[in-house]
Design a binder for this molecule. Structure first.
Ligand SMILES: Nc1ncnc2c1ncn2[C@@H]1O[C@H](COP(=O)(O)OP(=O)(O)O)[C@@H](O)[C@H]1O
Ligand SMILES: CC(=O)N[C@@H](CCC(=O)OP(=O)(O)O)C(=O)O
Length: 295
């Protein structure tokens, strides 16, 4: 009996979703599932149900996941300090090993397991698999600390230099849902830690995705009074970064949106992944949820 409300909820979602889903029939939707958006097991199951419903409705979802907080907790346990510059983790050799273990090992398999348990057909990969993504080292970045500008070498932090879309095309043609961890090889053979937003943007751009959804733990981009901004242009985003309204992890997120739009992705949305069935809610309504960023 306790199962009944869940069954009804799922059926209701399906009934509402299907007409809207026709818009996305056979279209690629890249969903970036941030570490902060991954809540409790119930929320994870909720997310997996959305992915399965999208699969069943003929949409081609590609999941790119993060795991920043989870990496932080593991580094803590191992007594390794976490340091960031402009929202990117400064990644030395010991850190990149932990990053790969947590992202490509633990989190990737957790998400694949939950989607599979919900009846989906997920396959877990990272950028290294079949050289799907080749990364290049991110150059030095300028970070401001107590009003002093410093040049910081980020270590093994990479950005996608090349995406081999044939690998993803083959996976999608086999009707499997790729679940991607943002770790990649460089041309130098080293392992690089790629920010998950940046990775998702590169995948969405290379695949000419219809939509890129960035799921995080805030309702979208917030103004100085913490109010949601439902729509922003690229120029407005740049101004909000320059005046310090957008900071930390929101910087690579918004930069990803701008990049993806420039690559021909039709719509990019930053939304609260903790909201139950966030993906379906976004795709179901014309106005959507969160912050829609357009050119
Ligand atoms: N203007 C802003 N609007 C919303 N969030 C912001 C803003 N500026 C900074 N942030 C921060 O960005 C965070 C989201 O980025 P991040 O922590 O990297 O999330 P995720 O792990 O989901 O990728 C928010 O939790 C918030 O603390
Ligand atoms: C270079 C860099 O910062 N990489 C990120 C990769 C994980 C990530 O991006 O996770 P979220 O999406 O949960 O923030 C990190 O090490 O935390």
């Amino acid at each position: 009996m306790t199962e009944l409300p869940d069954v009804f909820t799922q059926a209701e979602i399906l009934v509402q979703a299907l007409p809207h889903m026709q818009r996305y029939d056979q279209e690629i939707i890249v969903i970036k599932y941030g570490g902060h958006a991954m809540g409790d097991p119930e929320a994870a199951q909720d997310f997996a149900q959305d992915v399965v419903l999208l699969e069943q409705a003929g949409v081609k979802p590609i999941v790119v996941h993060g795991g920043g907080p989870q990496i932080g907790r593991m580094l803590d346990k191992l007594g390794i300090k976490s340091e960031f510059a402009n929202g990117l983790r400064i990644t030395d050799k010991a850190t990149v090993e932990v990053v790969e273990m947590v992202l490509a090992g633990s989190i990737n398999k957790q998400i694949v397991g939950t989607i599979s348990a919900e009846g989906g057909k997920a396959i877990g990969l990272c950028g290294k698999d079949a050289n799907m993504v080749i990364a290049r080292k991110v150059g030095r970045t300028t970070a401001t600390d107590s009003n002093i500008e410093k040049h910081v070498d980020l270590g093994f932090v990479g950005e996608p230099e090349r995406v081999n879309r044939a690998v993803l095309d083959a996976v999608l043609a086999a009707e499997l849902t790729p679940v991607l961890a943002p770790v990649a090889n460089g041309a130098d053979g080293a392992t690089y830690n790629v920010n998950a937003d940046t990775f998702a943007g590169a995948i969405a751009g290379a695949m000419r995705a219809k939509r890129l959804l960035l799921l995080t733990d805030v309702p979208g981009v917030l103004d100085k009074d913490k109010k949601l901004m439902p729509e922003l242009t690229v120029d407005q985003c740049r101004a909000l970064i320059a005046d310090g309204t957008i900071t930390g992890g929101m910087i690579p997120k918004v930069e990803t949106c701008i990049y993806a739009l420039e690559q021909g992705v039709e719509g990019v949305v930053i939304l609260d992944g903790k909201q139950p069935h966030a993906c379906l809610l976004e795709l179901l309504t014309d106005h959507g949820a969160g912050t829609l960023i357009r050119k």
